[in-house]
Design a protein around this ligand. Structure first.
Ligand SMILES: Cc1cc2nc3c(=O)[nH]c(=O)nc-3n(C[C@H](O)[C@H](O)[C@H](O)COP(=O)(O)O)c2cc1C
Length: 221
């Protein structure tokens, strides 16, 4: 698979086959991703790879927090506090597409809640990744981390694996850190579902669109 194909074919996957991903496969894609660039080669990534019984234990605690109505308390603010245009419209469209693919009515809050809750199980993927960063690192390291995460997704793609990057998995950092025995000087910034795509699942059938270059590029010569 060439790089263009990998980038163009990657998409967020929200339903997975019940098929194991081996430690060797995961280690391979993490090793590839570790070649991502980072400022001063600081390599600020710290990744927890969670599967099997550990995943079951953690996800049940995350789901419980969600169903008990505990307010998410992420270590850092990922989304803007106010959604101005054009971001507001893009966000609405993204949500609509997701719920339409699942034939969930806009008013059906129960089904929407259930779909959101699936985030905390990493959409039942066999592997959940959690991305941590040392809290002394600044915003620049988040740029580095984004590159690492994209590299990881493309390396997964190359192996026939599918992913969904998930901010939702950073909603309850205290629960995750306690469960994993991590100290509070690590910030949880995001997570990811990793596994084999269930290509027959309706939720995996839609594709998001992108703005044309004319909307975000200015050529100067
Ligand atoms: C950092 C990050 C966090 C995201 N968090 C979530 C999430 O919590 N739940 C979810 O279903 N999708 C999440 N997404 C997926 C986006 O909705 C998706 O990337 C976007 O709609 C574009 O679609 P595509 O990935 O299929 O190209 C996240 C994406 C990124 C990059």
């Amino acid at each position: 698979m060439n790089v263009d194909d990998a980038i163009m074919h990657r998409h967020s996957t929200r339903a997975f086959l019940d098929k194991e991903v081996t430690i060797e496969q995961i280690s391979h894609i993490l090793a590839i991703a570790s070649h991502s660039p980072s400022g001063a080669n600081s390599q600020p990534w710290q990744v927890a790879i969670i599967s099997g019984e550990s995943k079951k234990r953690l996800q049940s605690k995350l789901e419980l927090a969600f169903t008990n109505g505990i307010k998410p308390s992420p270590d850092y603010q990922y989304y803007p506090k106010t959604w101005n245009e054009p971001y507001h419209s893009r966000r609405i469209k993204c949500g609509l597409q997701l719920y339409q693919s699942l034939a969930i009515n806009k008013q059906d809050t129960e089904q929407r809640q259930a779909q959101w809750q699936a985030n905390y199980r990493a959409f039942d993927a066999p592997v959940m990744l959690l991305f941590f960063i040392d809290d002394v690192m600044e915003a620049g390291s988040l740029l580095d981390y984004g590159m690492f995460i994209q590299s990881l997704m493309l390396a997964a793609q190359e192996q026939g694996l599918a992913t969904c990057p998930q901010a939702a998995l950073s909603d309850y950092p205290d629960i995750a850190k306690q469960e994993l025995g991590y100290t509070t000087d690590l910030k949880l910034i995001a997570g990811m579902a990793l596994g084999y795509e269930d290509a027959n699942a309706a939720v995996n059938t839609y594709r998001t669109t992108r703005e044309p270059l004319s909307n975000f590029c200015h050529f100067f010569n």
